[in-house]
Design a protein around this ligand. Structure first.
Ligand code: KIV
Ligand code: ZN
Length: 511
């Protein structure tokens, strides 16, 4: 009998801490529902004390998700724990995850606390959290650079105070697999009450070792892994959920553990997170990259055709890949449209939203003959990433480019409901469109990233554009999709400006 490995997803908390990856409440509900379909055990939905918006998002996820535990993060401080406790109150199963740094450098330079004060704060935090829920997780931040003797004291006390899960994060991505595995085994062996808690790991990818470190820890006895979809996360990201799950499943002979994940939901989760955050997935990314199952070399193709397992260790369909499926066309009706969204797990919760999405679908069907699942997902993502009461919106755009001539763009946009026209030249039509927008808005924002992705293959495909803007230390991503990439670009730029306006920044709990 295999033991159970708990999959703890922190895409909406640690993942959201990536610059520009802020999510709205509705986006979190949508991702939360997809994570529930994926059957993750625990969803860390945010850091409720960070802002009223984050508090509301965690509460909303806790209200809709029924089949996964919903968790809120809290520093080892009374106000954070109370906020997390209130935010998870509606959950069928709710967890508070409280943490404090235990490394000498963090205690001395960041917290300005003595080890004894940290020990005291840990006990107080866990005790208070237990007033809200029986399911309390405690983390020693920067565990890998902490003194193991001191961690043993803190963890023993946290378990005594009622923590059921003990997390040993590699906060700065410094660990090496065999040493990390030894650390976990050592702590579990030395802490007298370690059998009263589940040991968990949380690895950052600064050296590209987050997944390897997590797997080494599982071999050493950890029974919870914290990870994110697509490896999203601060700096180089966190351990990628899809890689952990598929490594464990594919190498059952090595890992004597099982997860309850429905792997066929992995690709849908990856696409959703990518489109909500605007972080594209690299083509050669394991499991969810566009090339992950593509066999280009003749010798490989020949082998796969003769006997699939010559070169394939996993089946694409097992993780949710299916060939671009023609789903709807110009003549499809509202009911067929709605039914397909439901099959894709897209839950538009009001008739008004379904109607708005259907209108967009009809517009798209006029421009593009074949509509695939990916088109529907992009169309709905665009609908969802729109900021409530958005200040800026595109009305129309005309772009001109001709060999030997200066590219130009002319556009009409609304600013707080009032129409404005603008015109500019640029080095290309996209540059001209952005300059035209700025000639009326004067946002003062710096363009940090511009990227275009084909949603499906072929030149008829929609382009999905991501624009990252920074202003006053805040960074946001905007998204836009259209068969015309200049229009998609202008929409993405305006979406980013709306997000800057809506103050959709994220505070890191570790700062
Ligand atoms: O990396 C880290 O240490 C964290 C903690 C809050 C668990 O994200
Ligand atoms: Zn982290």
């Amino acid at each position: 009998m295999s033991e159970k490995l708990i999959i703890f997803d922190t895409t909406m908390r640690d993942g959201e801490q990536s610059p520009g990856a802020s999510m709205t409440r509705d986006e979190k509900i949508r991702i939360g529902r997809q994570l529930e379909r994926l059957r993750v055990d625990v969803i860390e939905a945010g850091f409720p004390a960070a802002s009223p918006g984050d508090f509301e998002s965690v509460k909303a996820v806790a209200s809709v998700v029924k089949d996964s535990t919903v968790c809120g993060l809290a520093r080892a401080q009374e106000k954070d724990i109370r906020a997390a406790g209130e935010a998870i109150a509606p959950a069928v199963s709710g967890r508070i995850h409280t943490f404090i740094a235990t490394s000498a450098i963090h205690m001395e330079k960041k917290l300005r606390m003595t080890p004894e004060q940290v020990l005291e704060a840990s006990i107080k935090a866990v005790t208070l959290a237990r007033n809200y829920t029986d399911d309390v997780e405690f983390s020693c931040e920067d565990a890998v650079r902490s003194d193991p003797d001191f961690m043993c004291r803190v963890i023993e006390a946290a378990i005594k105070a009622g923590a059921r899960t003990i997390n040993i994060p590699d906060t700065v991505g410094y660990a090496i697999p065999f040493q990390y595995g030894e650390l976990i085994a050592d702590l579990m062996r030395r802490i007298p009450n370690s059998d009263k808690a589940i040991f968990s790991v949380h690895c950052h990818n600064d050296l590209g070792l987050a997944v390897s470190n997590s797997l080494a820890a599982v071999l050493a006895g950890a029974r919870q892994v914290e990870c994110t979809i697509n490896g999203l996360g601060e700096r180089a990201g966190n351990a990628a959920l899809e890689e952990i799950v598929m490594a464990i499943r594919t190498r059952r002979d090595v890992f004597a553990v099982e997860t309850r994940i429905d792997a066929t939901q992995i690709v849908a989760a990856s696409r959703l997170v990518s489109s909500v955050t605007g972080f594209p997935v690299q083509p050669n990314k394991a499991v969810v990259g566009a090339n992950a199952f593509a066999h280009e070399a003749g010798i490989h193709q020949d082998g796969v055709l003769k006997h699939r397992e010559t070169y394939e260790i996993m089946r694409a369909e097992d993780v949710g890949w299916n060939a671009n499926k023609l789903v709807l066309g110009k003549h499809s009706g509202r009911n067929a449209f709605r039914a397909r969204l439901i099959e894709l797990g897209i839950d538009l919760d009001s008739d008004a939203k379904v109607n708005a999405a259907f209108d967009r679908f009809k517009e798209l069907a006029d421009k593009k003959h074949d509509i695939f699942d990916e088109d529907l997902q992009a169309l709905v993502s665009e609908e969802m990433t729109e900021v409530e009461n958005e200040h800026f919106a595109l009305v129309s755009l005309m772009a001109h480019s001709e060999t030997g001539q200066t590219p130009q763009a002319r556009l009409v946009l609304t600013m707080g409901g009032a129409e404005k026209s603008a015109h500019s030249n640029g080095s290309g039509p996209v540059d001209a469109a952005f300059k035209a927008i700025e000639s009326v808005i004067h946002s003062g924002a710096e363009l940090q990233l511009y990227s275009v992705n084909n949603i499906t293959s072929g030149t008829e495909s929609q382009g999905e554009v991501t624009v990252r803007l920074a202003r006053g230390g805040r960074i946001v991503n905007g998204l836009g999709a259209d068969t015309d990439i200049v229009v998609a670009s202008a929409k993405a730029y305006l979406n980013a400006l709306n997000r800057l306006d809506a103050r959709m920044e994220r505070v890191s709990p570790q700062v």
